[in-house]
Design a protein around this ligand. Sequence first.
Ligand SMILES: *Cc1c(COP(=O)(O)O)cnc(C)c1O
Ligand SMILES: [Zn+2]
Length: 471
Amino acid sequence: MATAVRTNTDLAFQRCLTPDCGATYDVGEVRTGCSECGGLLDVAYDWDRLPVPDSLQVFEQKWARRNDPLCRSGVWRFHELLPFAPPEKVVTIGEGQTMLCPSDGVGKFVGVNSGGLFLEYEGLNPSGSFKDNGMTAAFTHAHTISAKRAACASTGNTSASLALYCGISKLMQAVIFIGSGKISYGKLSQALDYGALTIQIAGDFDDAMQRVREISEKLGIYLVNSVNPFRLEGQKTIMYRVLEGLSWQVPDWIVVPGGNLGNSSAFGKAFLELRELGLIDRVPRLAIVNAVGANTLHELVEVRGQRWNGGRVDHQAAGEYYQELDKGERRASTIASAIEINRPVNYQKCLRALDVCQGVVREVTDQQILDAKAQVGASGLGCEPASAASVAGARLLRREGVIAPSDRVVCVLTGHQLKDPTATVAYHTTDQQEFNRVLGSRGVKRAEFANRAVAVPNDLDEIIRAIQLNS
Ligand SMILES: *Cc1c(COP(=O)(O)O)cnc(C)c1O
Ligand SMILES: [Zn+2]
């Protein structure tokens, strides 16, 4: 393949991830991949011609100007690091005002020293998950090209986020594809409540994903799935805020659940760029955590030894694995519905992130996820099941000795506690039948950290006795 010469002279452009190809496209084009080689596209910048601050502290100072929407947003405060759209085109609702919380409670569970564990709580976003970081960016891009409809396939949170941006801005209509029976009530209720056109397909997420790609191409609808490179630009800012929360010190580990691998890919790109721009002098290590029932990345990287390999990714290896899945009719299955994905669309980019950050991949069971989730809840923040995979994964890596007790570890809590109350209530219930119905079928045997409601007759003395017995 001939090395493509870049003809694009814009400050921002799209560039194929495959180094032997490197084809570039205008930032105004809507693409889901490279037409030369089928590779994924990055948003790339001509940094030398852009005004990049020479220190990260500059971004922190923007807080003082938070009456300006671009300074209030935890995404657009970092506009200089994702300058693909002019400021006047930015669509923001104040997303990304999230926090990095130290948690000794969770730290103890994970096994790191006091002061060493942090939770990046992305459930604080307007739609309750980290997806808003990416949606504001993709939505902004869609707005710059005057799109009128935007679509996504979703395990729930992407659709909730898209529906919210459409509902608030009235700039576009949201078309949402979900698999049947797979979406949690919290998330479905958001899509419906925010007024999105919701198409429920008889199939799972991977089916819905394939359909939405076909349909958006056929009908010319803007696709905001995580294959959309602009979304990842917004998601980079999660890492900027982590650094900000640590007074711009780089932690030892970032631990994140892996589904479609958009987040992990965005984190890798964020650190790669910060290092190239001379804004950090080292990168943290990255741990990506799959659920055992949806463990494609773990299988390909840790079992089959797949690597970024300077961009020469062996796509055949992934193809062969998908064929095996199909042959065995193996479908993704985990209580952590947000990562119940067997064909992660950002696989190629994720391999780069693992390469940049000396990453590792681990898999955790639904039992481990729910126990970790209960610990996160008991420490006061709470999260949905998929988010707790990060904490369960950190604990596993600590036990393996990969994470040291003295390491500074940041676990990303990707979604809010109220997204999936069914799993939470089933974990804490005293009703064995309910437990078995929701969790038993997933191989969850016990609720080690259950906080059970105490049943009492409606009698003053009995109630007082129950309180005294239990406190
Ligand atoms: C989307 C999502 C994930 C998975 O993130 P990817 O970028 O697809 O890997 C994890 N947790 C929650 C709560 C999500 O909404
Ligand atoms: Zn290409």
